[in-house]
Design a protein around this ligand. Structure first.
Ligand code: FPP
Length: 244
């Protein structure tokens, strides 16, 4: 079972898997531990998933690490999530680069602490020549925020007369999104039994197959990813065509 990147509609393995890693808090609560313990275990699940995705032939993996709405959480939890990004990159970047993983981070960079912005730039620069697996971490990311930033860029370009409003079409718009280098997700997975997009990849998921699994994120790994891919492989993708 190998991915055929040239014909993603027919591929059994999705070229691009996007994941909303949900359920860390509930996983910790079930164990009488603080929510931050669940997030730390969530990083272990992320490690397992990156490895499994590479093994299974997935070319693009995009995960939701911190949303523009997560700022509403208690400051200790927000700090813990930032620390986990620092820790993940510090511990795993060398190995990811060695194994051919290209790391990207999407989301609003402005307003992030300087060291976080520097860590992100370093990870992207050091892995820029890789392409075995493209790992994208959505951090300080919101789909609506991304769309508004793209609209703002186009408005500025129109005022500067670099773009004519009549030329604005989906392709031109898409080229201003954070995901400019990425194909759209074929499969979008959300864990923890919730069935919402929660502002994740709103534009890009127009034709994604959605899979909602009951597993809490810290319990995720190769078997759950295989289950999601098996569900995906049974779907018929039509992209607006009729089934005749
Ligand atoms: C949702 O669970 C998860 C998050 C808000 C954060 C996801 C982050 C990680 C998996 C670890 C961080 C990894 C990086 C690389 C930054 P929740 O807290 O909403 O769970 P709940 O719905 O059970 O409360």
């Amino acid at each position: 079972m190998t991915a055929s990147a040239s014909d993603p509609a027919q591929a059994l393995v999705p070229r691009h898997v996007a994941i909303i890693m949900d359920g860390n808090g509930r996983w910790a609560k079930q164990r009488g531990r603080p929510r931050t313990f669940g997030h730390a275990e969530g990083v272990e699940a992320l490690r397992r998933t990156v490895e499994a995705a590479g093994d299974l032939g997935v070319r693009y993996l995009t995960v939701f690490g911190f949303s523009t709405e997560n700022w509403r959480r208690p400051v200790e939890e927000v700090n813990a999530l930032f620390d986990l990004l620092r820790l993940y990159v510090a511990r795993d970047l060398d190995k990811l680069v060695r194994e051919g993983v290209r790391v990207r981070v999407i989301g609003e960079r402005q307003g992030l602490q300087h060291d976080i912005a520097a860590i992100i730039e370093d990870a992207e620069t050091r892995s820029v020549r890789n392409d075995k697996l493209n790992l994208t971490i959505a951090f300080n990311y919101g789909g609506q925020d991304e769309i508004v930033r793209a609209a703002r860029k186009l408005a500025e370009e129109a005022i500067a007369r670099r773009v004519a409003p009549k030329d604005i079409d989906p392709a031109l718009f898409e080229a201003r999104l954070d995901t400019v280098d990425l194909p759209p997700p074929d499969l979008l997975v959300r864990t923890s039994g919730e069935s919402r997009l929660s502002n994740f990849m709103l534009w890009q998921s127009a034709y994604a197959e959605l899979v909602f699994l009951d597993v809490l994120w810290p319990d995720f790994g190769r078997p759950a990813l295989e289950e999601a891919i098996a569900l995906y492989a049974r779907r018929e993708r039509r992209y607006g065509r009729s089934d005749a």
